[in-house]
Design a protein around this ligand. Structure first.
Ligand code: FA5
Length: 340
């Protein structure tokens, strides 16, 4: 057996010496080290060797295997190197060519819109306050003057985690959290974040979307302060020529409640499909903070007053950029996202 091993080694190394290109390497490997190769065949014969010689012969075969593998590896490396050098020598490389640009990402349209909103309100002295996405029924509804079984709950279709925990349907519960954290002191915050509603997805409505809430509390804060802030916002966000108007509305947590509209940015008041030929676009729901909400947040309504507002983020961005369907925002289609 030892002789057989010696002869095989000689033969394998001789054959390997004849290999002078990378294409012939697999053939040599198959003949000697492959599953059906000569070395594997020797290993299979080990069982026929006398038991006392078996360890020695086994070791000799393994040594042969290692030696052949090492010789094969170094030849393979050498041939590859030679091949590459040949290719480089035959190709003319223009080292002055600029490299291919590496594709980089950029901020999502929602993030860009949010940052613009932060910037505008920061200039008016608002801080950003973040509240949790997963809320209790108590914060999302009850503290906002929406008791259990109140018909106003129909305004917010809800994902329930369990009987007491919901995915927040709006950013308004953050009002109570901010009041409890800062109060009773003056407050001027915006509360951005994701909201969740169990509702049908349509070109205008997603089941996850962003809102930015605003809350201002102090002494003698009036409706005119709210209107002034919203006017300033509309002009900074959509252009200094924007006009706004106020309509009466209803929210359980504000009294009185209003909707703020601005003249349509697309048709400048002429009437178009986007503004449904009304010439006006909705900017935000708002109102003076309801006394019950003030009390729930730890503020005495006889001493403190304030206003709150809430606006979407995707819908205003849709208006600004003429986007027809809200589903594009989170569809991960780069062709859409790269436009902004
Ligand atoms: C509210 O959620 C009130 N919390 C707003 C508020 C805050 C009023 C403070 C008074 C004081 P509303 O349900 O209308 O209101 O939602 C506000 C905005 O969120 C809408 O104008 C819209 O821009 C956006 N929005 C609501 N539902 C969706 C949806 N399914 N998809 C995308 N945007 C939505």
């Amino acid at each position: 057996m030892q002789d057989q091993i010696r002869i095989l080694k000689q033969q394998a190394l001789n054959d390997l010496q004849q290999v002078d290109n990378t294409e012939s390497l697999p053939g040599w490997f198959r003949d000697y080290l492959g599953k059906k190769g000569a070395v594997t065949a020797l290993l299979k014969q080990l069982g026929t060797v006398a038991a006392e010689e078996r360890p020695q012969v086994g070791k000799a075969i393994n040594d042969l295997k290692t030696e052949l593998q090492d010789s094969f590896d170094s030849l393979q490396e050498r041939l590859r190197q030679q091949k590459m050098e040949k290719e480089i020598a035959s190709d003319s490389i223009d080292v002055t060519l600029p490299g291919r640009p590496f594709p980089t990402g950029h901020l999502h349209l929602t993030t860009q819109t949010l940052r613009k909103i932060y910037q505008i309100f920061a200039e008016m002295g608002f801080q950003v306050y973040e509240a949790p996405d997963v809320e209790t029924d108590a914060y999302n509804f009850q503290a906002l003057n929406i008791p259990e079984y109140h018909p106003a709950r129909d305004m917010w279709d809800t994902f329930w985690v369990n009987k007491e925990v919901v995915l927040r349907t709006h950013t308004s519960p953050g009002q109570i959290r901010a009041m409890k954290e800062f109060g009773p002191e003056p407050i001027r915050v915006i509360l951005p974040g994701k909201c969740y509603r169990y509702e049908q997805i349509t070109p205008r409505s997603e089941h996850q979307f962003y809102q930015v809430e605003g809350l201002v509390l102090g002494h003698k804060i009036r409706m005119t302060d709210l209107i002034g802030v919203m006017n300033e916002f509309a002009r900074k966000m959509y252009g200094s020529e924007r006009k706004t108007r106020i309509r009466g509305s209803y929210f359980p947590f504000t009294e009185p409640s209003i909707e703020i509209d601005m003249d349509c940015i697309l048709c400048a008041g002429e009437g178009c499909r986007v503004c449904k030929y009304t010439s006006w676009l909705e900017v935000a729901g708002a109102g003076m903070v309801h006394p019950v909400v003030l009390k729930n947040g730890g503020y005495d309504p006889d001493v403190w007053s304030g206003f709150a507002f809430g606006m979407g983020v995707e819908r205003p961005a849709m208006l600004k950029h003429g986007i027809r369907d809200i589903r594009y925002f989170y569809g991960n289609n780069l062709q859409f996202l790269q436009q902004f």
